[in-house]
Design a protein around this ligand. Structure first.
Ligand code: NI
Length: 169
């Protein structure tokens, strides 16, 4: 298990655009394995490569919409693109790079993403609710966009205490 440091919002790298992944090699696999360990250790629901200082288009999203007898699982998305979106949700969003702060962000209710897996094979995956929010949030990271730039407003201390801890992406 190898943990990587998660960059916080003060670090300029977080605001840079990531480049496409072109080599689906052991180095990429190591990055993805480390990102997975880092995400699980931090109890987040998503993580993008630039958050660990690597400006490459790779993200992880945890699928949390599972049935009782199913385990949540990590989806690896390389060079992801949103190809369809529908509906709307407006809710609190957080980020592992902005610990303890949450803001209201509008997102589609459902999105379909086309991406490659760690071997370069193209696939499509659909997410709804938190998973859709997370796909959008992580893909924004690849453009150098942190959710605070999209938030209608940040939640106050009172609202945070009333709502309890949210999810961090
Ligand atoms: Ni984030």
């Amino acid at each position: 298990m190898a943990l990587r440091n998660i960059l916080t919002k003060e670090q300029p790298l977080l605001y840079k655009k990531s480049r496409a992944v072109t080599d689906f090699n052991p180095r990429l696999h190591q990055l993805l394995d480390d990102m997975r360990d880092t995400l699980l250790e931090a109890n987040g629901v998503g993580l993008a490569a630039p958050q660990v200082g690597v400006l490459r288009r790779a993200v992880l999203v945890i699928e949390t919409n599972v049935t009782e007898d199913e385990d949540e699982y990590v989806i690896e998305l390389i060079n992801p693109e949103i190809i369809e979106s529908s509906g709307e949700q407006d809710g609190a969003e957080g980020c592992l790079s902005v610990p303890g702060e949450y803001g209201l962000v509008k997102r589609p209710m459902t999105v379909k993403v086309r991406a490659q897996d760690r071997y370069g094979k193209t696939f499509e995956v659909e997410g709804t609710g938190l998973t859709a929010r997370c796909f959008c949030h992580e893909i924004d990271h690849l453009e150098g966009v942190v959710f605070t730039a999209k938030a209608e407003r940040m939640l106050t201390e009172e609202e945070l205490q009333g709502a309890g801890a949210g999810e961090e992406e």
